[in-house]
Design a binder for this molecule. Structure first.
Ligand SMILES: Cc1cc2nc3c(=O)[nH]c(=O)nc-3n(C[C@H](O)[C@H](O)[C@H](O)COP(=O)(O)OP(=O)(O)OC[C@H]3O[C@@H](n4cnc5c(N)ncnc54)[C@H](O)[C@@H]3O)c2cc1C
Length: 392
C-alpha cells in the first residue's frame, strides 16, 4: 500500500476543486502553490464580471467548447452541478440578465474563495505556499522553496498549473518547458478571449460602446456589444471570433452589422425615403451616436449613395491586424494536447500524473465557461483517481 499523499500542484480553481473532491472521499491531499496565496487569477476574474458558470441548457452549453473531450467532461459536471457545489460551500448564486451566473449580490470574490478555503481546511487539505514546481519523476515532484530544492513523494500527482495569461497571478506557463523536456506534446499557447488590434483604430471612438450589433467573420455571426479602444476593439462578440480567426492569416476583415434585426432592403427603403441622410440614420433607423460616428469613417461616395450606405450599415468592414499580447488576455488556447492524455486525463507516458484546468488544450468563451471547465476537469481527475484507489 502506497502511503504517499496525492499531490496537486497549483491552487487555482481546477486544483482546489480536485483537492476538495478527493478530500471528501477521504484521501490525504497536499497542494503545492508557488504564490503566497491561493487562486489569484480567480480573484482577478472577480474584479470583472465573476461569472462562475452560465445558465443555459446543457446541449447548447457544451457547444461553447471546442474539443470533444472537454464537452464530455463538462457534461459530467455541468452548470447545475456547479451551482449545487457553490451552495454546498455556502455561496448562493443568481442569474444575470445575460445568463451569466454570479455569486449573490454583496458576496465579494474574496468571500467566495475564503468559503472554499475554509471548507478545504475542514476537510484536512494541506496547502503549501511558496513552492515552485521544477521537475518530476515517477515517484516524486521537485520544488524550490525559499531557495531550497525539495522532493516530495506522491502516489498520484495532479498538475493544475493554469494557462499563460496574466503572469503576475502566478500562471506563467513555465510548466511547458518541464513537460516538453519529458517529450510531452504541447500545443503552442495563443491569446484567447482577446481583443484585436486594428490596422487603423477609430481614435475618435476610443472608450465608446456600440450596443445591439453583431460581428461576423465568414459564416460565424455573434450578437452583442463591443467597445473601441486605443488599439482596436474588445467585447464578447470579438472574443467569440478569436477561435475562428485563429488559423487565418492576418491582417483580415471582420464586419459589424449596425442593424442586425433589419434587412438591407428595409434599410435601403428608409434611406431612399424623404429627408436628409443624417436625419434618416438618426431618427428613422435609430442608429446610436456611436454608430453614426462609425459611419463617418466611410468615404464620401459610399456615404452619399443609399445602396452602398445600406451595405455598409449591414456589413461595415474593420481591418484586424492581430490579437492582443498573451499576457493581457483573459485566457489562452493551446496547452497539453489531449492526444497525450488518456480518458482519465492522465498522461499516457506517466499514468500516475493527471492534468486539470486551463493548461489542457481546450478553448471556450468568457462568461463562466472557462471556470466551469476548470471545475469540471478538477472533478473529473478526482473521480478517476478515486475509481483507481481504494482507501484502507
Ligand atoms: C481578467 C480575467 C477575467 C476572467 N474572468 C472570468 C470569468 O468571469 N469567468 C470565467 O469563467 N473565467 C474567467 N477568467 C478565466 C479563469 O480565471 C481561468 O480560466 C481560471 O482561473 C483557470 O484556472 P486554473 O485552475 O486552470 O489555473 P489558474 O487559475 O491559472 O491557477 C494555476 C495556479 O498554478 C500556480 N502555478 C503555476 N505554475 C506553478 C509552478 N511552477 N509551481 C507551483 N505553482 C504554480 C499558479 O500560481 C496558480 O495559482 C478570467 C481570467 C482573467 C485573467
Amino acid at each position: 500500500m502506497n502511503e504517499d499523499p496525492i499531490i496537486i500542484i497549483g491552487a487555482g480553481p481546477a486544483g482546489l476543486m480536485a483537492a476538495q473532491q478527493l478530500a471528501l472521499k477521504g484521501y490525504r491531499v497536499h497542494i503545492y502553490e508557488k504564490n503566497k496565496a491561493a487562486a489569484r487569477k480567480f480573484l482577478v476574474a472577480g474584479h470583472g464580471g465573476f461569472n462562475l458558470t452560465h445558465n443555459e441548457p446543457i446541449d447548447t452549453f457544451i457547444q461553447k467548447y471546442d474539443a470533444l473531450e472537454i464537452k464530455k467532461i463538462v457534461q459530467s459536471f455541468d452548470n447545475e452541478a456547479t451551482i449545487q457545489w457553490l451552495s454546498s460551500i455556502g455561496i448562493s448564486t443568481y442569474v444575470g440578465s445575460s445568463g451569466k451566473i454570479f455569486p449573490s449580490k454583496n458576496t465579494k470574490p474574496i468571500q467566495v474563495l475564503q468559503a472554499w478555503l475554509d471548507h478545504l481546511q475542514q476537510l484536512g487539505v494541506s496547502i503549501h505556499y511558496g513552492y515552485t514546481w521544477l521537475d518530476f519523476d515517477k515517484q516524486s515532484a521537485t520544488f524550490e522553496s525559499d531557495g531550497i530544492i525539495v522532493n516530495r513523494n506522491y502516489q498520484k500527482l495532479i498538475l493544475a498549473l493554469g494557462g499563460g495569461s496574466w503572469k503576475k497571478t502566478g500562471s506563467d506557463a513555465a510548466w511547458i518547458a518541464i513537460l516538453k523536456n519529458k517529450n510531452i506534446a504541447i500545443t503552442a499557447l495563443q491569446s484567447a478571449n482577446s481583443g484585436y488590434n486594428m490596422i487603423a483604430p477609430f481614435k475618435n471612438l476610443e472608450g465608446q460602446v456600440l450596443k445591439n450589433i453583431s460581428i461576423s467573420f465568414g459564416d460565424q455571426r455573434k450578437l452583442g456589444e463591443i467597445v473601441f479602444t486605443k488599439y482596436g476593439i474588445e467585447g464578447s462578440p470579438i472574443y467569440y471570433m478569436n477561435r475562428y480567426t485563429r488559423n487565418h492569416e492576418f491582417p483580415l476583415f471582420l464586419h459589424i452589422d449596425l442593424k442586425p434585426h433589419m434587412s438591407e432592403i428595409d434599410i435601403l427603403e428608409q434611406l431612399q425615403s424623404e429627408g436628409n441622410v443624417s436625419s434618416i440614420l438618426k431618427n428613422k433607423l435609430k442608429l446610436s451616436s456611436t454608430a453614426l460616428t462609425v459611419l463617418k469613417n466611410l468615404d464620401k461616395a459610399t456615404f452619399t449613395d443609399p445602396i452602398t450606405l445600406a451595405q455598409a450599415i449591414k456589413k461595415f468592414p474593420i481591418q484586424i491586424l492581430s490579437l492582443r499580447p498573451i499576457d493581457e488576455v483573459i485566457s489562452t488556447a493551446g496547452g497539453v494536447s489531449f492526444a497525450e492524455l488518456d480518458e482519465r486525463l492522465a498522461f499516457h507516458k506517466f499514468p500516475t500524473i493527471y492534468c486539470a484546468g486551463e493548461m489542457i488544450d481546450w478553448e471556450a468563451p468568457t462568461g463562466g465557461y472557462l471556470l466551469q471547465a476548470c471545475f469540471s476537469t478538477g472533478v473529473w481527475v478526482a473521480q478517476a483517481i478515486s475509481n483507481s484507489l481504494v482507501i484502507e
